[in-house]
Ligand binder design. Structure first.
Ligand code: ARG
Length: 569
């Protein structure tokens, strides 16, 4: 159990004994000069109970049972409770706080967590717009799994719909050579087909005809469609593997999977009186939510031409995740611009009885990656940037950075390091921002050794590793208490790992873990400068433990962000 949770339990009982009914909120102290943790909520509680805040706080403190965590408690201001921990407790915690495998069930209950992420539209190459869902979703999946939950990854790829009719038409209606050859340039193929589709009405009609044939299961069309899907997925997998993203083929459950369910969903919505026909299309009114123009919104589930939509598929998918996968929690890691869609989805699913009260459904929204001009990040000529090119550039830039910093390393070693730190820099730059904010993609700041960057943290790892290497084989002292404030600060930060992880996972905020690792690395740097490990061939055992724990926490923490470490740089 994390220190925070233990304190919460202790204070909960003290609150009750003091006659106050409400769970206290324990957070790490905003005023480290006054204590390690602070207990919030006394003032508002006192107010509603008509009591004096300071007096209630003193009452709570007087009712604290004896324990081996707390060194001292102080009441400050109008009723802040500040807690300082015992050094002996911190040292004992250091021994056990980081289990080798996962934490087992966080807070005692293991959930089934469905995470929908990456979910790209196939037939085009992955571009920078796919970065955030892929990277944030992957980190969340790793965190939930590490905390002992059962994670079900769902790559809800767009593998169905008009664009496939267009591609099939482009193959069959032209004097094409070899299909596989054409598909080597998937993006170019798509672009050419799209131009024809937009400019040639008879081609567009044919494309629509192929969509119908695809839906009906026409063998020739289905075969070509499968080739597209396969080619496209293989391309995605190449990007996933370069990015170190844990999405496998069995995690793909694309839109086409739900195709057989769509007509059933629509007739069910009709029979439940939720849907109505409007201009030949079928819609569900969702008046609680407004469109961008301030109009009451509708959820379109069937087009006038009989086709089904993104919304219909998502209703079927939500039902499937709830009923078949048995999810306790469904997270959708999708761009903020789809906010209205998800509000409508959860609302309609609720009314139709597809969702359950006991299950949590969350749209894990995120902002845009921007260029220096504040507009969505594009190439100079205004095209979207392919992820594969972005990764290549990251590796090249990292290679240059490593080469200038450490020219005596072999070329092979520099390349290997560059792969890890280049990709790590891009991912970390994304994960370290609050997901809801937009951010500017900037090579210089993400590849800096200073500030809140992956490099800074990976460098702390390198330093801790080399310290451990140097101390190897030395006799160890047997120290039982801190002798320098930097040691105690580092210990306190280390043992907070679980508490930060739980918060980052439950609020879907990987930047909390990034901020924690950055702070840990800074604490370690202060410790490193003022607390030498060895003296006359004797290694200080406590300092050694602090160093090895830092090393492990950084490695584990970065791994949960999907980022690697290197032994030298
Ligand atoms: N393919 C969609 C897009 O590119 C994202 C899908 C997200 N997941 C979902 N269940 N709607 O916009």
């Amino acid at each position: 159990m994390s220190t925070q949770t233990e304190l919460e339990h202790l204070f909960c009982r003290a609150f009750q004994k003091a006659g106050a009914q409400r769970d206290p909120l324990v957070t790490v102290s905003a005023r480290p000069d006054l204590g390690d943790y602070q207990v919030n909520g006394v003032m508002s509680l006192a107010k509603s109970a008509g009591r004096d805040g300071r007096e209630l706080a003193a009452d709570v403190v007087a009712n604290l049972e004896t324990n081996d965590l707390i060194e001292s408690v102080g009441v400050a201001g109008p009723g802040f409770i500040n807690v300082s921990l015992r050094s002996a407790y911190l040292i004992k915690e250091l021994e056990t706080f980081l289990p080798k495998s996962s934490y087992g069930c966080a807070g005692g209950s293991s959930e089934k967590v469905v995470i929908d992420y990456s979910s790209v539209n196939l037939a085009k190459e992955m571009h920078v717009g796919h970065l955030r869902s892929t990277v944030i979703g992957d980190s969340l999946a790793r965190m939930y799994a590490y905390l002992g939950h059962e994670v079900i990854r769902q790559n809800h790829v767009g593998d169905w719909g008009t664009q496939f009719g267009m591609l099939v038409a482009h193959v069959l209606e032209s004097e094409h050579g070899n299909l596989m050859f054409e598909l080597q340039d998937l993006e170019g193929f798509y672009r050419k087909a799209k131009i024809r589709f937009d400019e040639d009405e008879s081609f567009a009609d044919k494309a629509r005809g192929y969509v119908l044939r695809l839906q009906r299961g026409d063998a020739e069309v289905v075969h070509i469609w499968q080739v597209f899907v396969e080619t496209s997925l293989r391309h995605c997998e190449q990007v996933y593997s370069k990015l170190g993203v844990q999405l496998a083929r069995e995690d793909v459950r694309g839109e086409s999977f739900y195709n057989p369910q769509l007509s059933i969903v629509v007739s069910d919505l009709m029979s439940k009186g939720l849907a109505r026909v409007s201009d030949g299309a079928v819609v569900v009114d969702t008046p609680a939510f407004q469109t961008r123009d301030g109009e009451p919104s509708v959820f379109l589930v069937k087009k006038e031409d009989g086709g089904y939509l993104y919304a219909t598929t998502d209703l079927a998918a939500l039902k499937y995740r709830t009923e078949v996968l048995g999810a306790d929690r469904c997270a959708y890691v999708v761009d903020s611009r789809q906010d209205l869609h998800f509000r409508q989805l959860f609302d309609v699913a609720g009314r139709a009885g597809y969702s359950r009260e006991s299950v949590e459904y969350d749209h894990v929204a995120f902002g845009t990656v921007q260029g220096a001009d504040g507009k969505p990040f594009k190439t100079r000529s205004g095209e979207s940037i392919k992820l594969i090119d972005l990764i290549r550039e990251a590796e090249q830039r990292a290679y240059e950075a490593v080469s200038s910093r450490n020219p005596e390393l072999s070329d092979e070693a520099r390349r290997e390091i560059a792969t890890v730190i280049g990709v790590g820099a891009v991912k970390y730059a994304d994960l370290s921002k609050h997901r809801l904010s937009n951010y500017v993609f900037d090579w210089a700041s993400m590849l800096s050794f200073e500030g809140n960057t992956a490099l800074y943290i990976q460098y702390a790892y390198v330093r801790s590793k080399s310290l451990l290497r140097k101390a190897e084989g030395q006799a160890g002292s047997c120290k039982k208490d801190f002798s320098h404030p930097a040691e105690r600060k580092l210990a306190l930060q280390l043992v907070r790992f679980e508490e930060v992880l739980v918060a980052a996972a439950s609020e879907y905020l990987p930047h909390l873990l990034c901020g924690y690792l950055y702070e840990l690395s800074s604490q370690f740097s202060r410790f490193y400068e003022s607390c030498p490990i060895s003296c006359d061939g004797v290694a200080d055992s406590l300092r050694l433990k602090l160093t090895s724990s830092t090393n492990e926490v950084i490695e584990r923490g970065l791994e949960l962000l999907g980022i690697g470490v290197v032994d030298e740089m």
